[in-house]
Design a protein around this ligand. Structure first.
Ligand code: ATP
Length: 328
């Protein structure tokens, strides 16, 4: 029979994402609702290793639903990749009386959780929190919608200055291995071209498309570039290449960088975080373990870590076609 769950721990790990606070709040409040003690670990796995934690009650999480970042801080922990590090974490969890953990983070966080749960009898549930939206087992990750809106807002502003000066802007957005942010913000902001890691469109096509834009009388052009674009050049090299080959263009580069992680979470991310984390607590209380929760077709669903980590969340390539048609 599964051990009774009296104390649930929660942490945020990997890259921070807007909505992580809403997720922490939902775990703490669901624990209070079900009369379970809640402990928050600071700095992800590193806080578990160091025994750095605080007891959380329903009031500890007041007014955080609207705040960006994470009150529990986030970190990447090299120590947790070692058996010794994980042993220290397990020891501290046992000392603190933690019966189960809710892990909020990206695929790396889930991988760590999967290994930990194979080594120790401490049930864990993963909640997808990352702006990249690159996790199988959910249509949306917490933070992605807010990041998209931040990017759109920035591109709209750049468009104003681009069209005032007839300029071409290359705008780099986050996404080393996944083009979700670039693709969706690119369509949403009416970009002339979108370069993503999943598709190598090639330099010739880029030049052709920009020539076509010029011929059609456009007063500005925006190319959204994912960090991990496969064309083989970084955003500055791309800008240089276009300047050399299309000297009529006045080319500029903007790297949006870490601003994409910040800001108050959107209503969508707050609601998503709330739904997924209440479910995570309820699953643990029902004896479920070693799965991730996600939103699939607007229903909260569970996926094993094995399936979640081996699967890929495919981008919607149809959006490239839509972008092509609409950038005419
Ligand atoms: P993001 O998608 O925002 O980068 P993430 O959760 O994927 O978030 P990672 O840095 O990849 O971020 O992983 C977070 C932490 O999970 C790592 O710092 C490490 O402590 C732990 N982790 C990742 N992979 C493993 C692994 N194979 N074994 C043990 N721990 C791991």
């Amino acid at each position: 029979m599964a051990k009774e769950i009296r104390t649930i721990g929660v942490m945020t790990s990997g890259g921070d994402a807007p909505g992580m606070n809403a997720a922490i709040r939902a775990v703490a409040r669901a624990c209070a609702y079900y009369n379970v003690k809640c402990i928050g670990f600071y700095r992800g796995y590193q806080g578990m290793i160091e025994g750095d934690y605080c007891v959380m009650n329903a009031r500890s999480v007041r007014n955080i639903i609207s705040q960006g970042g994470t009150i529990l801080k986030s970190a990447r922990s090299e120590d947790f990749r070692t058996p010794e590090g994980r042993k220290k974490a397990a020891t501290h969890l046992t000392e603190a009386g933690v019966d189960a953990m809710v892990l909020i983070g990206g695929d790396g966080t889930f991988r760590g959780g999967q290994i930990f749960s194979q080594e120790y009898e401490i049930p864990v549930i993963g909640v997808p929190g990352t702006i990249d939206n690159d996790i199988a087992g959910t249509n949306f990750t917490i933070g992605y919608d807010t990041a998209l809106n931040t990017v759109i807002d920035a591109i709209d502003k750049i468009r104003d200055t681009a069209s005032s000066h007839n300029r071409l802007f290359f705008i780099e957005v986050m996404g080393r291995d996944a083009g979700f942010i670039a693709l969706n913000s690119g369509v949403g902001a009416g970009a002339e071209e979108i370069l993503i890691p999943e598709e190598d469109l090639g330099l010739d096509r880029l030049l052709e498309s920009l020539k076509r834009s010029k011929r059609s009388g456009k007063s500005s052009s925006i190319v959204v570039v994912s960090e991990g674009d496969k064309i083989g050049k970084n955003v500055y090299q791309l800008a240089d290449y276009v300047t050399e080959n299309l000297p009529d263009y006045d080319v500029r580069v903007t790297v949006l960088g870490h601003m994409q992680r910040g800001g108050s979470p959107s209503c969508f991310d707050r609601t998503l975080a709330s739904r997924l984390c209440v479910k995570a607590v309820e699953l643990l209380l029902d004896g479920e373990k070693n799965v991730m929760v996600g939103l699939i077709n607007n229903k909260v669903a569970t996926t094993s870590f094995d399936d979640g980590l081996s699967g890929t969340h495919e981008i919607n390539k149809e959006l490239l076609r839509i972008s092509d048609i609409l950038s005419t």
